[in-house]
Design a protein around this ligand. Structure first.
Ligand SMILES: NC(=O)c1ccc[n+]([C@@H]2O[C@H](COP(=O)([O-])OP(=O)(O)OC[C@H]3O[C@@H](n4cnc5c(N)ncnc54)[C@H](O)[C@@H]3O)[C@@H](O)[C@H]2O)c1
Length: 253
């Protein structure tokens, strides 16, 4: 299996896409730290999956990152894979969004991913081995109205990924970003169906479809890939069909 003997951290791992990434990594042999603020959900998932442990983490706190990584290494050994998945959204346009909301979104979505890499990369560099997958969004490649902080944060994650991939050049550490469209999770349920009904694959995506991309990038299958941006958005960003779909397409993949 692709992750036999490997150790992974998944932030925001207690629910939604993060929980799916945890399940996918475990199914392929990894031991996984489920890191989140949602202690009850995270502990319940860890009880279900013996190769995991729950670890309380606030991605905005440097101290919290240090203790989460230390706890993971004490339990499982050095970290091979980091999935920076934790994220929040507050809808609001450039006039309506409060500066506090804007700062909070950047703090979780962008600073959180920076702090994760800042804490984990020195160990990966010293072992000349590791993979980081940063979860951006289709909103990291385009804009949408009433999402000023979210869009800015996800463009930031895309740039952060490329700059960090260059910083890690020649070290054996690869860093890539993943850009989902609308996915069926608690966060995805807050998105308007207008976002996907006239896209080329006119349906909401499933967390497991994103997980397959994340696992590819985290594994040796992606050995010649770094600094890349990987869309999994039902074609949302290439343009709109201009009409509602007659039947859902793209199922059964
Ligand atoms: N669902 C979508 O349609 C969609 C589309 C594109 C990108 N994304 C991105 O995918 C990622 C996962 O989103 P999801 O849809 O599963 O959302 P979700 O709300 O179901 O899960 C997000 C998780 O992040 C955790 N989290 C939030 N703030 C945190 C913090 N400060 N520290 C630690 N954990 C924290 C939450 O507790 C939650 O478990 C996010 O980065 C999101 O922006 C989602």
């Amino acid at each position: 299996m692709r992750f036999d003997g490997k150790v992974a951290i998944v932030t925001g791992g207690a629910r939604g896409m993060g929980a799916s990434h945890v399940r996918g990594l475990v199914a392929e042999g990894a031991r996984v730290a489920i890191c989140d603020l949602l202690d009850d959900e995270g502990k319940a998932l860890a009880e279900e999956l013996p190769q995991t442990r729950y670890c309380h983490l606030d991605v905005t706190s440097e101290e919290s990152w240090q203790s989460a990584v230390r706890a993971t290494e004490d339990a499982f050994g050095p970290v091979d894979v980091l999935v920076n998945n934790a994220g929040i959204i507050h809808f609001g346009g450039v006039e309506a969004q409060t500066p506090d909301q804007f700062r909070r979104i950047l703090d979780v979505n962008l600073v959180g991913a920076f702090l994760g890499m800042h804490t984990v990369l020195p160990g990966m560099r010293s072992r000349s081995h590791g993979a980081v997958v940063n979860i951006s969004s289709a909103a990291g490649l385009t804009g949408f109205a009433d999402g000023i902080g979210y869009v800015a944060s996800k463009w930031g994650v895309r740039g952060l990924t490329k700059a960090a991939a260059l910083d890690m050049a020649g070290t054996g550490v690869r860093i890539n970003s993943v850009h989902p469209g609308v996915i069926r999770t608690p966060m995805g349920e807050s998105a308007s169906s207008d976002l996907f009904t006239d896209q080329p694959l006119p349906r909401v995506g499933e967390p497991e479809e994103v997980t397959r991309m994340v696992l590819f990038l985290a594994s040796a299958d992606a050995s010649y890939t770094t600094g890349g941006e990987f869309l999994i958005d039902g074609g949302q960003t290439i343009g709109r069909t201009g009409h509602a779909a007659k039947s859902p397409a793209g199922t059964g993949i």
